[in-house]
Design a protein around this ligand. Structure first.
Ligand SMILES: Cc1cc2nc3c(=O)[nH]c(=O)nc-3n(C[C@H](O)[C@H](O)[C@H](O)COP(=O)(O)OP(=O)(O)OC[C@H]3O[C@@H](n4cnc5c(N)ncnc54)[C@H](O)[C@@H]3O)c2cc1C
Length: 323
């Protein structure tokens, strides 16, 4: 007989880790956590720059933390260490380098298939796969020949370049600010005001513009990008056409619709998972973290989702609470 887990959690980012930790703290030990990356928190590892301050109130959103993982303003390394410690301290059974490809429901149980064709069975599933596995791309085509000069984070930004940062939110503002000291940076956004970034990031950006270290190009769309002798020629809707060494797009992430189509997860007309106030999608399926919301979420929100979901499962299944 194959083992039946109480909860299978897909995705070891903040939401998945919190679900696992809160489960163990509530005596639900028969759980398994799947992570497609070699380590937990792939989004933080890949998209957070080492110099980036990690904000607890990301996007200015204040969240009262309900669960047992302590998360405060800090650094990328400090945040990763907090999650490392949480997984180790609570001995969470984590399967790294294991991407979940398909889920099916047979009777009351879920059958979870991995990319290596292993199958696991669980009573509940918590889907916490985030949105940054698929960063948003612009509508126009990007020349394949420029693939090394077009990025979706600043990890591969070597410095001493003329860089165009595209986006209007916190990630874009932060990227522009962090690379301003060793690059010539232009920040472009299709609206004529920066309204989506939080007050701190907006101030940093506008102060840098005043100091002349970041150029602003607001209220314009990019119509196309072409390869000009290995550099990026950008054609804007105000008829200007400028050449940059590199373009960084910070346009957020999107719902992994292909994955969802191979699962019993119920989606709305836009292909996004349906989620109620208890994070329930359908019988036995919970959705946590960024993928649960229409906009990008935050680490604190993701941690609370994990806590809330475990509380809901306890209510339903009468698990004992540890003193
Ligand atoms: C540039 C940037 C800066 C940010 N700064 C902050 C900040 O300062 N403070 C803050 O609170 N928030 C910040 N955020 C937002 C924060 O990173 C997210 O809200 C948070 O990571 C969401 O957690 P999550 O667990 O929902 O998803 P994620 O962190 O995206 O984790 C999802 C995990 O699931 C894994 N996964 C995906 N698909 C599968 C699959 N099929 N099988 C197995 N595993 C899978 C992924 O590899 C990943 O590890 C920032 C985001 C970005 C992009």
């Amino acid at each position: 007989m194959q083992k039946i887990y109480d909860i299978a959690i897909i995705g070891a980012g903040p939401a998945g880790i919190a679900t696992a930790v809160e489960s163990v703290l509530c005596c639900i030990n028969n759980i398994i956590l799947f992570e497609k990356g070699q380590n937990h928190s792939e989004t933080i590892r890949k998209y957070f720059d080492d110099r980036k301050p990690v904000d607890r109130d990301w996007k200015g959103l204040k969240v009262d933390l309900k669960g047992n993982i302590e998360f405060e303003d800090g650094t990328k390394n400090g945040t990763l260490e907090t999650f490392n410690k949480s997984l180790l301290d609570h001995r969470i059974d984590t399967k790294f380098s294991t991407e979940i490809d398909e889920i099916s429901k047979e009777g009351n149980h879920f059958h979870i298939k991995t990319n290596t064709n292993e199958t696991f069975i669980a009573k509940y599933i918590v889907v916490a796969i985030g949105k940054m596995g698929k960063p948003n791309k612009p509508d126009y085509d990007l020349p394949k020949s420029l693939k090394d000069r077009i990025n979706f984070n600043i990890t591969d930004c070597p410095g001493h370049e003329d860089v165009l940062v595209v986006g209007g939110g916190d990630s874009a503002a932060e990227y522009a600010y962090l690379i301003r000291t060793d690059n010539k940076v232009t920040f472009t956004y299709r609206r004529d005001k920066i309204t989506r970034a939080n007050p701190k990031n907006t101030k940093n950006l506008l102060d840098s513009v005043k100091e002349g270290v970041i150029q602003l190009k607001l209220g314009v769309d990019i119509l196309s990008v072409t390869d000009e002798e290995g550099k990026c020629r950008v054609n804007f809707s105000d008829n200007s056409s400028l050449v940059y060494d590199r373009i960084i797009y910070a346009l957020g992430g999107s719902t992994p619709k292909e994955f969802l189509s191979k699962t019993p997860i119920v989606v709305d007309e836009k292909g996004k998972p349906v989620v109620d106030e208890n994070h329930i999608n359908s019988d036995g399926i919970y959705i946590a973290g960024d993928i649960a919301g229409p906009l990008g979420g935050s680490i604190a929100l993701a941690l609370n989702h994990g806590y809330n979901i475990v509380q809901d499962i306890i209510k339903k299944d009468n698990y004992c609470l540890k003193q």
